[in-house]
Design a protein around this ligand. Structure first.
Ligand code: GLA
Length: 390
């Protein structure tokens, strides 16, 4: 995985705060990155997802200020970015990583909350561009900070939609609600089973250690190629298909009705997009049933089937992730799949804990043979969601 800057992330946020603004922050808030165990491109189809929060975190050190302005420094940049209400109220005026911060302020204001001005300093161990939701981590840590320092009456279950709106309506990325839900509502030792229509959640125990298992996160290091445009195109295609089928969302097509639904669709590409979403929803339900029964190893084939569906039907994989999946399985993984929006990013491989190093080495070997940049690999367990640090 992309090497994290050295030092404890909360200490780096505090040090950054002191250096930029002088004095001590009023508090520090931390939000994790996430992986998705299964259920890809199902969230914006009102379907099911099963992500979990990672032990890698973004920390925001913050203090309210008396005027309605926001200054934010991040270790990604030398200089802080400052903006006021006029910049916030016009989506698109603040750009780059700071757009996620301005987006949260915009979202809170749009929902009628009196957002305090603030000085913020951000440090992060969540790698940017690896598909681990560094953006949702930033949004959620900033949201938690502003809610706390402003004393806003806003219970955490409402945070995911607000953070999602920051991304959809301010930043302009038409993403679903999965990432923010995992980052905000994740619980240590559990995967988050989320119904994206009702927003009902269930914490599913996912104890890899006591089963003698490990989940490898392999960073393909593949540069995101046209990810934004392709993501939006997939979403449009799903929404068009739902309209053709006369259902509110593809969630409403059951696997048992899939053949009949496919017969109503106009072209092969749309049929394949729909087949991915409908079968992926079922794979989430099947995975949850296996985890409830304590059969973690048996989840492997569902992961691999999910990958094949993303590769062949949804067409969101790239050679680097396909090779990582193939090599991991050849080296003994129970199953493997790309995680996240696609076109690069990370691959998950479910392995015996004792085989994790060998599987990572096999993937590295397969990359070297093809001349790909060396992949990163770490094992992860589900961690807790957004929290105040002290
Ligand atoms: C990105 C989006 C999520 C989700 C995934 C695909 O991570 O932010 O909302 O759609 O892609 O499952």
């Amino acid at each position: 995985m992309t090497a994290a800057p050295s030092g404890d992330v909360a200490a780096r946020a505090t040090a950054g705060y002191r250096q930029r603004y002088g004095g001590e922050p009023a508090g520090r808030w931390a939000a994790p990155g996430r992986v998705n165990l299964i259920g890809e491109h199902t969230d914006y189809n009102d379907g099911f997802v099963l992500p979990f929060a990672l032990p890698l975190r973004t920390v925001v050190a913050a203090t309210p200020r008396t005027d309605a302005r926001w200054t934010v420094w991040s270790e990604l940049d030398a200089d802080p970015v400052e903006f006021g209400p006029a910049d916030v109220d016009e989506p698109g005026r603040v750009t780059g990583w700071a757009a996620y911060v301005a987006g949260v302020v915009w979202s809170l204001r749009a929902a009628g909350h009196a957002v305090p001005g603030a000085r913020l300093a951000v440090a992060s161990d969540v790698p940017v561009g690896a598909g681990l939701s560094s953006s949702a981590a930033l949004e959620s840590a900033v949201l938690a900070a502003l809610v706390d320092v402003g004393g806003l009456d806003l219970p955490a279950p409402r945070w995911p939609r607000l953070a999602q709106r920051a991304e959809n309506d301010y930043v302009g990325a038409p993403t679903g609600i999965m990432d923010q839900s995992a980052v905000i509502r994740g619980r240590s030792g559990h995967a988050l089973f989320l119904d994206c229509r009702s927003e009902k959640i269930e914490q599913i125990p996912f104890d890899l250690d006591s089963a003698g298992l490990a989940l490898l996160v392999i960073d393909s290091r593949a540069p995101h190629r046209h990810a934004d445009g392709e993501y939006a195109a997939r979403r449009r295609s799903c929404e068009r298909a739902a309209r053709t089928l006369g259902v509110p969302a593809l969630r409403d097509v059951a696997v048992a009705d899939l053949d009949a639904a496919l017969a109503e669709l106009p072209d092969d590409e749309t049929r394949r997009r729909v087949r991915h979403v409908v079968t992926e929803n079922q794979r989430v339900l099947d995975t949850v049933a296996l985890l409830r029964a304590g059969r973690i190893r048996d989840v492997g084939p569902l992961l691999t089937a999910s990958h094949a569906s993303m590769r062949d039907d949804f067409e969101i994989t790239v050679p680097e992730v396909d090779i990582a999946v193939e090599a991991a399985i050849a080296a003994g993984a129970y199953g493997a799949r790309m995680t996240g929006g696609g076109f690069g990013g990370c691959v998950l491989a479910l392995v015996e804990a004792s085989a994790a190093d060998a599987v990572a080495a096999a993937v590295a070997g397969a990359y070297a043979e093809r001349g790909f940049a060396a992949p990163g690999a770490v094992t992860v367990v589900p961690a807790g969601g957004v929290t105040r640090v002290d």
